[in-house]
Design a protein around this ligand. Structure first.
Ligand code: SF4
Length: 455
């Protein structure tokens, strides 16, 4: 590639652009190392060349044939075949007299380098090594290519070109470039990574479930390494991953499938439990709704006024009797906001009255049956905490409503009997009656109030 660039520039001037087209991707990197007359302006693979042709609709059948510029490649046409490289420059591969060994392929290449390193004093040959299966199978060529068919096509082409080859003309042309400096310097660039110690290798072998394979030279090679130990070393060096071992990844896959199965089962159970709890919640919700409706109906039909307020003295719920007791203003609000929900108790009741609600809210202590004058009406008021410092309820009984009055008298008489039992006994003594008889008399007064017309 580099020699050709120099030839082109000597022939056509320094300003030409040189594009290298080939089967190899490493030339893309190599091209970056040269400047001046050796500069390669761009590198394309054959795959990219095909894409370019397709993009610009270039077809061989529609183009005129033209010959390569001289000097021709001669046996350089054999270059894509691994040992064709040697034949192109007349290096002998004779097993008895030759000095070069050619090998190709990623595994052979690694073995060759290892042997070259350890046995060179016995081998005493140069190595011509290809990572791939010769340039004709390079990664820049179509992936579907068949190696031996390509070899045949290359040798057929080389033979065809050689039939019209004029050696003398070619020698003269080549000689005109004899002045070009085609030498090349190489510096050692050791890329070897430190080999991990045995403890580390054993640790990795354990990790991939290959304990006991520390000294085994042979492996299944599915991971691309000849044995488990070599893969463990590569993993330690960060060059490979545990998943590359098919035994390990197979085992992991089984575990993964089992975990997946368990997770699915748990998911199914959770789904069923969720459905059940959803149904339960729905039933509870319906039951709550039903009981709320019952309570509201009961509340609305009570003769006593009922009001529930929050910690801001805003009405949470009230019944018709409460609205009737509070008066016209409340009735008007009720028309817009049924039940006075959200209305401010402070704007509906006088200070001394709503302060009782504030007191119960802050003290959490109930006020029971307290007489409160509210305008023309006398009310019996009980206020009690519903939720500590959050909600309180009030029951307001209009003492002038006959039913309430009766109930009130009954309550009060009962309280009097309970609280003043001693006095009842004294009254009995003064009257010359037994205490139980007096109590009986008082109870009959209570009964007459409870059931008018019976006594
Ligand atoms: S794939 Fe696993 S078992 Fe096979 S050689 Fe590599 S490390 Fe050993």
């Amino acid at each position: 590639m580099v020699a050709t660039a120099k030839v082109i520039r000597q022939k056509y001037g320094q300003d030409v652009k040189v594009v290298f087209i080939g089967p190899c991707i490493s030339t893309k990197d190599e091209a970056l190392k040269f400047e001046g007359d050796a500069k390669i302006d761009s590198v394309l693979t054959f795959i990219e060349l095909r894409q370019l042709f397709a993009e610009f609709n270039i077809r061989e059948s529609q183009l005129e044939f033209s010959e390569f510029d001289a000097p021709l490649g001669h046996k350089g046409s054999l270059y894509p075949i691994s040992n064709g490289f040697l034949q192109a420059v007349d290096i002998s591969e004779n097993l008895l007299t030759g000095s070069v060994i050619t090998t190709e392929g990623r595994n052979n290449m690694v073995h060759a380098v290892k042997e070259f390193d350890s046995r060179i004093e016995h081998i005493r040959k140069n190595f011509n090594i290809f990572y791939d299966e010769g340039c004709l199978m390079g990664p820049g060529t179509s992936l579907s290519g068949e190696k031996f068919l390509r070899m045949t096509l290359v040798t057929d082409y080389a033979n065809k070109r050689l039939t019209t080859f004029d050696k003398e003309t070619w020698d003269n042309e080549i000689a005109s470039f004899a002045n070009l400096d085609l030498s090349r310097q190489f510096e050692p660039d050791d890329q070897r990574l430190p080999v991990p110690d045995n403890d580390k290798i054993e640790e990795v072998l354990k990790m991939i479930n290959r304990e006991g394979h520390m000294d085994s030279e042979v492996g299944c090679e599915s991971c691309g390494y000849p044995n488990c130990r070599d893969l463990a070393i590569a993993i330690s060096q960060g060059l490979a991953t545990t998943e590359m071992c098919h035994v390990f990844s197979g085992h992991n896959r089984q575990e993964y499938i089992q975990t997946l199965r368990t997770t699915n089962e748990n998911l199914a159970k959770t789904k069923t439990a969720l459905k059940e709890s959803e149904e339960k919640a729905q039933h509870e919700q319906e039951a709550q709704k039903e009981s709320a409706e019952i309570i509201t109906t009961m509340l609305q039909n009570l003769l006593s006024g009922v009001v529930i307020v929050d910690d801001d003295l805003k009405i949470y719920q009230s019944n018709k009797a409460f609205i009737r007791i509070v008066g016209e203003e409340a009735a008007m609000i009720d028309e817009v906001i049924p039940g006075l929900v959200g209305a401010d108790l402070k704007s509906l009741l006088p200070v001394h009255f709503y302060k009782m609600f504030s007191y119960v809210l802050s003290s959490d202590e109930p006020i029971e049956n307290k007489d409160v004058q509210f305008g023309e009406i006398k009310l019996g008021v009980s206020i009690f905490p519903i939720r500590s410092h959050k909600y309180v309820g009030g029951i307001l009984r209009d003492m002038y409503v006959p039913e309430v009055r009766k109930e009130q008298i009954v309550t009060r008489l009962t309280e009097v009997i309970d609280e003043n039992f001693d006095m009842v006994q004294k009254i009995a003594y003064l009257l010359g009656e037994g205490a139980s008889k007096t109590e009986q008399m008082l109870n009959s007064v209570i009964d007459s109030y409870k059931n008018p017309g019976k006594s």
